[in-house]
Design a protein. Sequence first.
Length: 282
Amino acid sequence: MRRSQSSTASVASSILEYRQLHGRTYHSEKFTANYFIPNDDRQLASLDMVLVTIPPSPLPAESEFADQFPNASVIGTDLSPCQPQWAPPNVRFEIDDATLEWTWNANHFDFIHIRYILGGIQDWTALLKEAYRCCAPGGWVESVEYEVDFRSDDGTTELEPVLASFGELFREAERILNCPFFVREIQQQAFDDAGFVDKRVVTYKIPVGSWPKDRKLAEVGRFSKAATENDLQGYTQMLWQSVLQRPSDEYHVWLSTMLEAIRNPKVHSYVFAYVVYGRKPE
């Protein structure tokens, strides 16, 4: 993590100069983070749906969190200025690169929540050390990430062999990028290395589709499936074509086959989500 650079930036013209790849837009090259997911409206629509699936569901986004805790000052950060136009008076948004030194003073926050930065962080220990520094003694830091493997307990994912290729795509990409996509152990170890205590790890199965008998899980599964269907391209095209440099025509065939597999009602698939949280000693 470079200490000579600041992570927070004003909304300058350079931040709005998005990269254009494969007909999609990605965050500005101003930042050192190389996040592989687009920042356009299609992806943001999927993100809104994914928020419902975050365990425990639904976890408040910044605005909802601010509404629930009106006496708290809430800050939300992102690489792109894609935040809602309306927000409660006690929430503000900043354009921020979490891979750089954080600009807040030590012991500033009582609670820090980190989510969905899979594939954008090379050094998780450095990230968590910054979170530790900025967290107040006695405060908590929480990290939520998904594992990009489709699984099933009844073997039904074997009905659609293409589902296994999804995880393999990310495994091949992480070898080339030298940036982890499978972070379960890395995420947990980073909390220990940063100095947190009372660490807890909670694993959730997030269904893909409305197949669960439990009504709440079925609802989560509907949103998870809808988010994936809406922008499976956004999660995979840069890795396929720009990182692995595979042929474009093969990608579109694979994408179509993947979508058919995800829509197969006989497949009872899910992905793991990992919630890791720890306390900074007083």
